[in-house]
Design a protein around this ligand. Structure first.
Ligand code: NAG
Ligand code: NAG
Ligand code: NAG
Ligand code: NAG
Ligand code: NAG
Ligand code: NAG
Ligand code: NAG
Ligand code: NAG
Length: 672
């Protein structure tokens, strides 16, 4: 029984001694190392002896004991080992304690101390021969009390943390006649150590080198010592490391090979597990170039889009005041008008008059065609009343009035939105060189329509609305060539202006009644005067004021009056109209009515109600005898026959007096 036990023991020990003669760890991924303390094996096979926790020990040992001595004669075998290690710290300036390769009789190291003792000894057992510990210390901490000479050394320790021999870390460079090259153990770079014990010569050699450098011929440390009394027959081999009470380092072993009585297998450097990034990160390409570029780009992007938004906001900024709330439905967004008119593009320009430019457009959502009038208006004074008036007029609905759909207000600008009139303004068909002229029936239909529209303004609504600026260019033609009055009430805009000069006469030269010059007051009968001039304008195809060769102004009214006095009123008619009997009768009526309406005495003028009746032949033309009187004080007009100067073009440039400008325009510009 006892013999079987003995036999088993013998077999086991024999197995141990023969089977564990050599081993190699190219990384520790699937290894069976015996770990204790904080030591652990990372997933990539890296042996991590210590971590950041202070005052801790980490041990990692080959799991099986190794036969180090010939049991029959008690002599230690030769052995050889090689390993790759690295020491890193989170804070490069603060180096923690070191690590050691260890040959020890037991695992556990009961009572061993962290810090300077490297987890191998304690102050009581240190130096005792009963320890049976052989170690190679790789020390990164300068502890003068332990006879250290520096904080970057390698030493051979036998039973004590006080090294038998130490050297500053480095190697003798074979390529440079054996010149010594310093190494920093603490650099975080992987390095390799070779330890050889020659059992027959009793010599220990320790060699250190960077991993890319082949084993140098000259060892860093050499010690002549017989290890036979120090080592037991069976020993564990492995590593120990410790952190201090204040300072920590990370201690890593990457690869390891060991051999008894032979040369340890050469380590395969290409299989080293990756070291973790610890401490301040190396600045990568991404960090130094890509990231700043991206952030600059982002900044630029954010900045430009912000600038774009601000510009856009400014571009589409409107003026809205509290009192405008109730006009919500009539209030247009500037942005919509901007989009509708393609940004108030010149190609969308319909015309420009005394009040500003008119653009055609299509509302983005409803696709309704509109005309947008941009009126520049600096003053905010009286704006409230004016807008109220405009809005209330917007409620005026008549087939001979251009509907006002709404408005928009910006700084210094008022935008009025009207129904779009596809055929434009009447003056295009009468003056200049029109491509299409209207025949008499069409003209008569327009005159009738405008009369009805003006009558509605004067009498058809809850309050009297005075148009103040009746003229051919303010009469627009819808798709069926019906005349529609536009711009009604707009002349009032100037009443609210701050410039005292502009508060007076409003209207267009040639259409202004004599009393308006004197009193600057608009009345329904001053509208009738303008309408009279307009009748003559349409029937004669001439402008209300033209200039002859002698630079003299000739007014249409006086000239038609002259023709009438001579009994030849039809001579004044537009020759384009033809001379059929029906036409002649109508033209005769219109010319005479025109003269009556443009009577210099307001009281002598018919009302719009009468005008409508006369045009519809529901009432006879009143007595014309008072007309003579009205003209006695006027300069007698010369015939238009004398005029050799070409008619001023519709753009009005070139003529001395801009005939279709409003008087206020002229006043404003200091009377050109
Ligand atoms: C390692 O030991 C085995 C036997 O256990 C042997 O065959 C092999 O050659 C040894 N390798 C080295 C490098 O000594
Ligand atoms: C590790 O140890 C276990 C049990 O001790 C054993 O089954 C396994 O084969 C060992 N693996 C290696 C790689 O030595
Ligand atoms: C170090 O390892 C020990 C044991 O594995 C663990 O308790 C401790 O949290 C670790 N410390 C750090 C800082 O990871
Ligand atoms: C151990 O020593 C004995 C006696 O000197 C010798 O015969 C034997 O070969 C040695 N064993 C080994 C494994 O070297
Ligand atoms: C003792 O053992 C060693 C190792 O096996 C061997 O090298 C040596 O020759 C032996 N010595 C004697 C005196 O036999
Ligand atoms: C430490 O060094 C001193 C001075 O060189 C020496 O006297 C002392 O014995 C050394 N201590 C040990 C434990 O080697
Ligand atoms: C190596 O380190 C030692 C000790 O710090 C220093 O005296 C020596 O100048 C260093 N040599 C080189 C080449 O850096
Ligand atoms: C080292 O390892 C690599 C990859 O596993 C392998 O290709 C190569 O042959 C090995 N080299 C040696 C000398 O074993």
């Amino acid at each position: 029984m006892l013999s079987t036990v003995m036999l088993t023991l013998f077999l086991v020990s024999n197995l141990e001694s023969s089977a564990e003669l050599n081993f190699t760890y190219n990384g520790f991924r699937s290894s069976n190392l015996s770990l204790d303390g904080v030591a652990k094996i990372a997933r990539n096979g890296l042996l991590e002896l210590t971590n950041k926790t202070k005052g801790r020990i980490g041990h990692a040992f080959h799991p099986a004991r190794i036969n180090f001595k010939n049991s029959s004669n008690g002599t230690a075998f030769s052995f050889s080992t090689s390993f790759v290690f690295a020491i890193l710290s989170d804070v490069p300036a603060l180096k923690g304690h070191g690590m050691a390769f260890v040959i020890a009789p037991n695992l556990g190291f009961r009572g061993s101390v962290a810090g300077e003792y490297l987890g191998l000894f304690n102050p009581i057992n240190d130096g005792k021969s009963t320890n049976h510990i052989f170690a190679i210390e790789i020390d990164t901490y300068y502890a003068p009390a332990f006879n250290d000479t520096n904080g970057n050394h390698v030493g051979i320790d036998i039973n004590s943390i006080y090294s038998d021999v130490t050297s500053f870390a480095g190697y003798y460079d074979d390529n440079n006649n054996g010149a010594f090259r310093n190494l920093s153990l603490f650099s975080g770079k992987a390095m390799q150590i070779w330890l050889e014990y020659d059992g027959s010569n009793k010599k220990i050699h320790v060699t250190l080198a960077p991993i890319k450098v082949a084993k140098p011929k000259i060892p860093l440390l050499s010690l002549a010592r017989d290890l036979s009394p120090i080592l037991d027959e069976f020993m564990y081999v492995g590593f120990s490391a410790a952190t201090g009470p204040w300072l920590t380092s990370h201690h890593y072993v990457l690869e390891w090979s060991f051999s008894i009585s032979g040369q340890a297998q050469e380590l395969n450097i290409s299989q080293l597990p990756r070291l973790p990034h610890i401490g301040p990160k190396k600045r990568s390409m991404v960090l130094t170039i890509v990231l700043p570029v991206i952030s600059i780009l982002m900044f630029v992007l954010v900045f430009t889009s912000l600038a774009f938004l601000i510009r856009r906001k400014r571009k589409f900024a409107e003026v809205v005041e509290d009192w405008e709330r109730e006009y919500g439905p009539q209030r247009f967004k500037y942005k919509d008008l901007y989009v509708a008119t393609k940004g108030f593009k010149d190609t969308e320009l319909l015309g420009s008059g005394g009040f500003g430019r008119v653009y055609r457009g299509t509302l983005p959502n409803s696709k309704i065609e509109i005309a947008v009038k941009r009126v520049s208006h600096e003053s905010r004074q009286g704006m409230k009343e004016f807008i109220a008036e405009i809005i209330s007029m917007g409620r005026l609905r008549h087939r001979n009035l251009v509907s006002l759909l709404g408005y928009c207000r910006r700084k210094g600008e008022l935008l009025l939105v009207y129904d779009y009139m596809p055929n434009g303004s009447l003056d295009r068909y009468i003056h200049g060189q029109p491509k299409v002229t209207l025949d008499w029936n069409q003209r008569f239909q327009v005159l009738n329509g405008v009369a009805l529209g003006l009558f509605y303004l004067h009498e058809g609504w809850e309050q009297v609305v005075i148009h103040r600026d009746i003229k051919a260019s303010n009469v627009l033609l819808d798709a069926e060539f019906n005349g529609r009055l536009g711009d009604f009430g707009l002349a009032r805009l100037y009443d609210h202006g701050t410039d005292p000069q502009t508060t007076h006469v409003v209207g267009t030269l040639g259409y202004l009644s004599p009393e308006q010059y004197r009193t600057a007051k608009a009345t329904p009968s001053s509208d009738v005067f303008s309408f009279g001039v307009f009748l003559l304008e349409v029937a004669c195809g001439r402008r209300p004021i033209e200039v002859n060769v002698d630079n003299e102004q000739i007014t249409l009214v006086e000239w038609v009056f002259a023709c009438w006095q001579k009994g030849q009123i039809l001579k004044a008619a537009d020759p384009n109209l033809g001379s059929s009997k029906d036409v002649a009768e109508d033209v005769d009526l219109v010319l005479k009515l025109g003269l009556l309406c443009s009577h210099s005495e307001p009281t002598a003028r018919p009302s719009m109600r009468q005008v409508v009746q006369i045009l519809e032949r529901g009432a006879p033309l009143p007595d014309m005898s008072s007309l003579g009187l009205s003209f006695t004080n006027r300069m007698f007009a010369q015939g238009f026959e004398d005029i050799t100067m070409p008619y001023p073009s519709s753009s009005n440039s070139g003529s001395k007096l801009t005939q279709s400008s409003t008087v206020s325009d002229i006043l404003l510009s200091g009377g050109r």
